[in-house]
Ligand binder design. Structure first.
Ligand code: IPE
Ligand code: IPE
Ligand code: MG
Length: 255
């Protein structure tokens, strides 16, 4: 059986800069646990190595001219994991912000957090809000951290907010358009992802950006996230450059 990578064709390893770089790339950073288990290590070690991969990928994406990087760091469903793993992941996020924030700020990176904020540990919430505040006026790459994020929960909250507006008489139900829905999502103002990359060979969205991914290109890598490096990202970007995005229409050449 061919691997996901092989099935995606034209995915020759590249060393030069990819020709057409997507503006917004979102990553489903999957496979930390399996990376560790296959080495006889605890799952937490996979998460630790996954953070090192993330550091490299953020810098490389910025170098390649990607405008926005979104990372799926913790889903609303990840609370169902064993409590020590959840605690470790929370600690890791805390350390990431504490250790990397000043450097990200120096690199002119703007941080934005998406996901549910209710019921979060107050200390973590403050750290995240402070990171957003510190980097608010930066003009370089935007780093969107999807933390405690679930697309269905995001859409449900948006529906509630719209219903409240209807109940207050601020909007007629018949006037509700796609842009009204987009405006109530955590991602308000962000362009939709051009490319979603998922590692570890899993072929699903796992409740990530369901509304925003309507016309996103997908790239699946068999690499476990801790092994996803600069060359792997270049390969994904190169593959994206060869896609024909038709948005329901026909290609210019076919006309
Ligand atoms: C991704 O790796 C990290 C998070 C979901 C937080 P996993 O922990 O899901 O690793 P696998 O999929 O079990 O290998
Ligand atoms: C998706 O990975 C969530 C994150 C990467 C944060 P999961 O490992 O939680 O997804 P499933 O359970 O395999 O669908
Ligand atoms: Mg997983």
């Amino acid at each position: 059986m061919s691997s996901n990578l092989e099935r995606q064709a034209n995915a020759e390893p590249v060393s030069a800069a990819p020709s057409h770089v997507p503006n917004h790339v979102a990553f489903i950073m999957d496979g930390n646990g399996r990376w560790a288990s296959s080495r006889g290590l605890p799952r937490t070690e996979g998460h630790r190595q996954g953070l090192e991969a993330l550091r490299k990928i953020i810098r490389h994406a910025a170098l390649r001219g990607v405008g926005i990087v979104t990372i799926y760091s913790f889903s609303t469903e990840n609370w169902s994991r064993p409590e020590p793993e959840v605690r470790f992941l929370m600690g890791l996020l805390r350390r990431f912000v504490q250790r990397d924030l000043s450097e990200l700020h120096r690199e002119n990176i703007r941080i934005r957090i998406i996901g549910e904020r209710d019921n979060l540990d107050a200390g973590i919430l403050k750290l995240l809000l402070d990171a957003e505040e510190l980097t608010r006026n930066n003009t370089g790459m935007e780093l969107v951290v999807a933390f405690n994020y679930g697309a269905r929960q995001e859409l449900t909250a948006a529906v509630k907010k719209l219903c409240e507006k209807v109940a207050r008489g601020e909007i007629e139900p018949s006037a509700i358009s796609e842009s009204h829905i987009s405006a109530e999502l955590d991602t308000v103002g962000l362009p939709d992802p051009d490319l979603i990359v998922r590692t570890s060979g899993e072929l699903r969205l796992s409740n990530f950006l369901l509304w925003q991914a309507a016309y996103t290109e997908f790239y699946f890598s068999d690499l476990m996230w801790p092994d996803f490096d600069e060359a792997a990202l270049d390969q994904a970007l190169e593959c994206f450059g060869n896609r024909d995005r038709r948005y329901g229409g026909v290609t210019a050449q076919a006309l």
